[in-house]
Design a protein around this ligand. Structure first.
Ligand code: NAI
Ligand code: MG
Length: 356
């Protein structure tokens, strides 16, 4: 029997609750398949850990995570620890150390999922966002001069390397080619006259290698508007770190809400583990009450299965989520139901068992 070693970082707030349900689902699938199993190792890192030890993760944390095939993460962040510390010292540290330069976020309106846009259904909202995940606007390059003085100056630089930009664009072209979809690049070359002009140039350059992929290029502000007015025109989308961050939250809003939004941080070369997480945060306002929706975490578990080569089971999970949304009997309060986090997880497990 094959064993997949997965590192689990439940994190803070609702992180442990939702990850618990995802682990349940993964174990169920493995037990029904019989040819593989999961070995989960949990790490207690996050803000509580920070409060106790003054750091978000152990000093040798990255070294220890290296030996796993994948990382399954809940959410980090809690009042009392500044968000830039919890983000930089854990999440971004993992993304950068493990060169997880591709962030994949499906914006798919499943049947039965709530959508605030009128007149659109699940055929109209089906995009795959591919976001640059290691540099760009989140490179962390800059300076803070004359802090607190009258002549205080703050610099926050973007970093767009040829290697970094080319590889994310090429990855997106490969996905579009494989899926027979169009590819849209989102940038802002009119205002960002270095970084985004460069981005646009590389999009064109790389595109020459993929003559059969139909491409579009939009400015980010126009793209935000079009995602609402005409979401159908977006299929595979490639964009920078900051734009992707913002637009995928917009995407989450039109595709069922944060409780249904998942994201994968991929190191395509598989030199390092990739990381799978719901895109929502730790939701301190509802933490510990079993009110959180575990479907985003369960969806990211399906991305984990895709990554391990079990695409058929990734689909099984999505089908179960869709069934649950259509039947509407077992949902958490954010989706208008009154079920608990674990009741939703149990129901998904049952649906999977009856479908497999
Ligand atoms: P958030 O995503 O935690 O919450 C926003 C709103 O959505 C809240 O009202 C929350 O109750 C609700 N919500 C989120 N996930 C939900 C779920 N699964 N089920 C039901 N309702 C859900 O974002 P917020 O409040 O801006 O941030 C809270 C903390 O989380 C901060 O410390 C922030 O830094 C951190 N954060 C961490 C992320 C990560 O680990 N990837 C991502 C975003 C925020
Ligand atoms: Mg975000």
């Amino acid at each position: 029997m094959k064993t997949h070693k997965i590192a689990v970082i439940p994190g803070d707030g609702i992180g442990p609750e939702v990850i618990n349900e995802g682990v349940k689902v993964l174990n169920k699938i493995a037990s029904l398949d019989h040819t593989f199993q999961f070995e989960f190792t949990s790490f207690p890192w996050g803000c509580e850990y920070y409060a106790r030890y003054g750091k978000m993760m152990d000093d040798d944390g990255i070294e220890r995570l290296k030996e796993f095939e994948a990382i399954y993460l809940g959410a980090v962040g809690f009042p009392g620890v500044p968000d830039h510390i919890s983000l930089w010292d854990l999440l971004l540290k993992i993304r950068k150390s493990f060169d997880q330069y591709v962030n994949i976020r499906p914006i798919t309106l499943l049947k039965g999922a709530p959508c605030p846009l009128v007149n659109f259904n699940s055929e109209d909202i089906n995009m795959l966002f591919i976001r640059e995940n290691t540099e760009g606007e989140y490179a962390g390059a800059g300076d803070w001069l004359y802090r607190g003085k009258e002549n205080e100056v703050v610099l926050q630089n973007s970093v767009f390397s040829r290697k970094g930009t080319e590889r994310i664009i090429r990855y997106a072209f490969e996905v579009a080619l494989k899926q027979g979809k169009t590819l849209t690049s989102i940038s802002k070359g009119n205002a960002l006259n270095y970084s985004m002009v460069f981005w646009d140039q590389l999009f064109e350059e790389v595109g020459k290698e993929y003559p059969s992929v139909k491409t579009y290029s939009y400015l980010v502000d126009a793209a935000a508007m079009l995602m609402i007015k005409d979401p159908k025109r977006f299929e595979v989308v490639v964009t920078s770190n900051l734009f992707g961050d913002i637009l995928t939250d917009l995407g989450a809003a039109i595709a069922g809400g944060l409780g249904l939004a998942a994201g994968a941080n991929i190191n395509p070369e598989r030199v390092y583990p990739s990381m799978f997480e719901p895109i929502h945060g730790s939701a301190p306002d509802i933490a510990g009450k079993q009110l959180s929706n575990p479907l985003a975490a369960i969806w990211s578990a399906s991305q984990l299965l895709d990554h391990l080569g079990y695409e058929q089971y990734g689909k099984v999970i999505l089908t179960a989520i869709e069934q649950l949304l259509i039947e509407k009997n077992v949902l958490t309060p954010d989706l208008g139901g009154s079920s608990s986090t674990s009741e939703v997880g149990d129901c998904i497990v049952e649906l999977i068992a009856s479908n497999m």
